[in-house]
Design a protein around this ligand. Sequence first.
Ligand code: ATP
Ligand code: MG
Length: 391
Amino acid sequence: MISHAVLLRYHEIALKGGNRHWFENQLIHNTQKTIQKICKSNTILSITKQRGRILIHTEQNFEHALVYVFGLSSFSPVLVLPTQLEEIKKITIQELTSIMSDPVPPKTFRITTRRSDKTLVKSSVELDALLGAEVLKHFPQLKVNLKKPDLNLGVEIRNQNTFLWTRKHKCLGGIPVGISGHFLCLLSGGIDSPVAAIQMSKRGAKISLIHFHGAPFIGNEILEKIEALAKIISLYQPESVSLYIVPFGKLQEQIALNTSVKVRTILYRRMMIRISSELAKKIKAQALITGESLGQVASQTIENLVNIEAVSLFPLLRPLISFDKDEIIELSKKWGTYETSIQPTLDCCTLFADKHPETKSKIELLEREESKLDLNKLKDVALAETTEIPL
Ligand code: ATP
Ligand code: MG
């Protein structure tokens, strides 16, 4: 019996001892969920583990969904056939006959055999030579080119089945989402924070999102943008993603009415971190993420970053800390968030803010200014008014 399937590969390097099953099962689960999410279907796929590989049998075309699954290194559409030498030879020639009838057929080829089953007497080098000779017998116009062939014909020989493939598509690499814990990312409408969320997804993080909205001083257009960005981030997250919206304008107004304009932006940030910490506790997230990068703007000097972090109850992760804006823009194009991020909208941080904020804030001054406010009350009110949007 010969069937069509898709063979998924992942880097074995990510597997550490006893983690193998967990990693593989999570990757299978994520692949299934991502295909359902992106293809908008509930079909349960037939997915099986195959010693360092995953095999999916389905009629459905789902290849475009695989580019969102972190943990996969590549995939190939394959023919699955019984591991018998005569059968492998026959099907190889059949495959090539169809490929050679393409309008632009390949001129050069190579055979790449991998053999995890040793019951076939031949070694992979012998099999390469044997199948290569068979191909040349049928298609004498083809030339062997080991370095840069037009066609690479892959043959993976397993216990019972052999996989035959001619196309290999690169995937994203990384670690399957869910393996590394749960993180809460502070999402603004800018370029950086969506990239930060996806970079952390690549390291296996399950992500929840929190946005601080300057209502009633800032309109609802920003929320559409935030939701659009969150939806793109959620493509890389197999499970549904929670987006939390915190009405923040009234709180900012209190800060603006009562404290020094020089440190306002830092005080906003410290309130964001306090509120995010409380939410993280509630949803059992293990760390916070921001899109901050050292020296990018006045609020991102080391002094200010330290003073912002000081109020966090959780580790505050900044995956973009060392990146230039150009590098972040490149990543945002790669992940597909750039076009949405550059839509012009107002962020709450600009509300009542100074054009030249303090770059070397002193913790004593920040605390003195904050003592003029009822921080706990402001925090509790904001949390009580927070709404959750599942995506
Ligand atoms: P971004 O492009 O992500 O907006 P930025 O370069 O504009 O970043 P800032 O505006 O200083 O930098 O924001 C730094 C980080 O603080 C953001 O990356 C984000 O994580 C967080 N942040 C800023 N504003 C908000 C907001 N309104 N809601 C949630 N998080 C925010
Ligand atoms: Mg911003």
